[in-house]
Design a protein around this ligand. Structure first.
Ligand code: SF4
Ligand code: SF4
Length: 361
């Protein structure tokens, strides 16, 4: 395995390091990324025509085996001495995810289209990994930069204020990648000094099968950051366990009808809260709360209270103020302007009143 360059900067922040301890250990090569561990956990998926139900049962057992193995390696078992199995937990994930493309349910829309037969669902994603850009990103949270960011096309919801609308709505000509080609790009990002590979879009969810296939070819130790709108299915959450090291999850709407009205995202609160709980169970979590004008009491307040009560007051949270009207934001009266100083102050006050003590500053 090639040794990536050591990034030189770590935020001097005790709580950031505590909530992302394993991530920091992977960045400095003291621990292994989950996808590398997953390659060493043996499974037997059976014949190629095994049903998805049968594969999921094997996946459940293999997840337990993975968690045991992760614990052993983190406690000092010699990772290099463990031989690669004929078929691994990561291979099993690839098999399940590839079959899922035949009747897509990666996100909560559950379109059921056969993407292998070139049918398209709500997100517009087909069967060829479609990438907008790949670069070293310096504008993410301090603990993530420099971040090796891969922007993929399409999105599973449709925010009228989308800043990345040319990507989420397929208004750009994408670059197409095969898994082994994209794996070289991922390795290069790490070897150039990126701390992580940041899977984002649009939305990474429709491309989960392609991402898992890609990481079958990646050989460097690099933490995987799953940078998502949180609107994915329970099946996707199960495949992410043992793959995503850091869940960088958006949480932008409260339990009312804002998500449906602004982002065409039915049942957003239920889906988003479920996925945040799963993320905390299987990885490390950084939550992004995008503050929208006029959405303090209906959205920010219930979100920060829910985080404090259900994920803990030490959860790493980025209360984000960079909203600006974009794309079709003018269709929503309160979204036609930027935030006021009073709204920003109130959002921080709400987070503090909820008891959150680990805010990105
Ligand atoms: S989730 Fe993000 S990328 Fe998708 S439509 Fe909303 S703002 Fe755009
Ligand atoms: S990922 Fe795309 S095709 Fe699959 S269920 Fe979601 S919107 Fe539909």
């Amino acid at each position: 395995m090639e040794k990536p360059k050591q990034p030189g900067f770590f935020p001097d922040d005790r709580l950031a390091k505590k909530s992302l301890a394993r991530y920091f250990a992977i960045v400095s090569n003291k621990k292994r990324a989950k996808f590398l561990l997953a390659k060493k956990v043996p499974t037997e998926s059976g014949s190629d025509d095994s049903s998805l139900d049968a594969l999921w049962k094997k996946h459940e057992k293999a997840t337990d085996a993975f968690l045991d193995f992760e614990h052993q390696v983190d406690a000092g078992v010699d990772f290099d001495a463990v031989v690669l199995p004929k078929e691994s937990y990561l291979d099993l994930k690839v098999k399940i995810a590839t079959k899922t493309l035949e009747c897509c349910n990666f996100c909560s829309r559950r379109c059921g289209v056969n993407r292998l037969a070139h049918r398209l669902g709500f997100c517009g994603c087909g069967n060829m990994m479609s990438v907008s850009s790949i670069f070293m990103h310096l504008g993410e949270e301090p603990e993530l930069v420099p971040s090796g960011t891969v922007f993929t096309m399409g999105c599973t919801i449709r925010c009228k204020h989308c800043q990345n609308w040319t990507i989420s709505q397929w208004k750009e000509a994408p670059m197409e990648y095969k898994p082994a080609e994209l794996a070289r790009e991922v390795e290069n990002l790490r070897l150039e000094g990126c701390r992580n590979v940041n899977l984002v879009g649009g939305e990474p969810t429709p491309w989960l099968a392609h991402w898992l296939q890609t990481f079958q070819h990646v050989g460097v130790n690099v933490p995987v950051v799953w940078n998502s709108n949180s609107y994915y299915s329970p099946e996707t959450a199960r495949l992410l366990a043992g793959f995503a090291d850091v869940y960088l999850l958006d949480f932008k709407y409260g339990p009312g009808d804002c998500a449906l009205r602004i982002s065409d995202a039915p049942n957003y609160w239920q889906i988003c809260t479920r996925n945040h709980l799963e993320a905390k169970r299987y990885g490390e979590l950084l939550v992004r709360v995008l503050v929208l004008p006029g959405h303090l009491d209906c959205c920010v307040k219930p979100i920060v209270n829910w985080i404090a009560e259900n994920l803990g007051v030490e959860t790493r949270v980025n209360v984000m103020f960079q909203y600006r009207p974009a794309w079709r934001a003018s269709e929503v009266p309160e979204l036609r302007r930027r935030l006021t100083q009073a709204e920003m102050d109130k959002a921080l006050r709400l987070a503090e009143q909820a008891g959150l003590v680990n805010l990105v500053s």
